[in-house]
Design a protein around this ligand. Structure first.
Ligand code: ZN
Length: 228
């Protein structure tokens, strides 16, 4: 190959890579659509709208409670990113994962496996993706730990919105089951349970109770938003 071609090829590859990365990171702020001059998800003004939220906890059994880390209260701009799944925006989940990485102390919590809260297969088929899984993929990659899809929804539950707290709890009871072989490997490991939104916590509680069967050292819940 002619030596003079090499810089040209290098330049072409560089511009192709740049074009490909734009497919993942937007050119405009995801919330206000203002043009961005650096590769971020939200502009500085929208980013400043995200108020850090104190960690909460969920009582699983009489002796065991688990910590809940949330990026934000259920407010814009995070709310808008969560709702983007309804318009088949597959990027929003990855963007929420990135924001959790950037803005919470997720990097320092004990973690061996990331477990996304699953959708029922029929809802997954309709939507084509699971936002919690999109978030989990980013978070697992950041921590270089595996994503483990070890729980599945065995009952198609009604949408939680519009149900009372008691109705929500009975709606998700026995909704999850452990799946996959060699569940022994999760024993005494630190598990991160990921979902996009926590409302009353009944879905997360049901999923976490299912996970207790593998005897993990800890379960920490990480969500994009928590209703407070
Ligand atoms: Zn903005």
């Amino acid at each position: 190959m002619e030596k003079s071609f090499i810089p040209f090829i290098k330049q072409t590859i560089a511009s192709l890579l740049k074009a490909a990365s734009h497919l993942v990171l937007p050119c405009c702020c995801t919330y206000c659509k203002q043009l961005l001059y650096q590769r971020t998800i939200l502009c500085d003004a929208c980013l400043a709208m995200i108020r850090p939220i104190v960690s909460g906890s969920i009582q699983l059994t009489t002796t065991r409670s688990i910590k809940v880390i949330a990026l934000s209260a259920y407010k814009d701009p995070v709310r808008r990113l969560i709702l983007a799944k309804r318009w088949s925006d597959i990027q929003a989940g990855a963007q929420l994962g990135q924001l959790i990485w950037d803005l919470t102390h997720f990097a320092t919590i004990q973690a061996d496996y990331i477990v996304p809260i699953p959708l029922h297969w029929s809802r997954y088929a309709k939507r084509g993706f699971n936002q919690a899984e999109q978030m989990s993929r980013v978070l697992a990659k950041k921590r270089t730990i595996p994503m483990a899809k070890i729980i599945k929804r065995v009952r198609k539950t009604k949408f939680q919105a519009g149900l009372s707290a008691t109705e929500r709890q009975s709606n998700v009871q026995q909704a999850f089951e452990l799946v996959g072989g060699n569940l022994e490997r999760y024993k005494h490991k630190h598990i991160i349970l990921v979902d996009d939104l926590m409302t009353t916590g009944s879905t997360i509680k049901a999923a976490a109770r299912t996970l207790l069967a593998v005897q993990p050292a800890s379960i920490t819940v990480v969500v994009a938003a928590r209703v407070v």
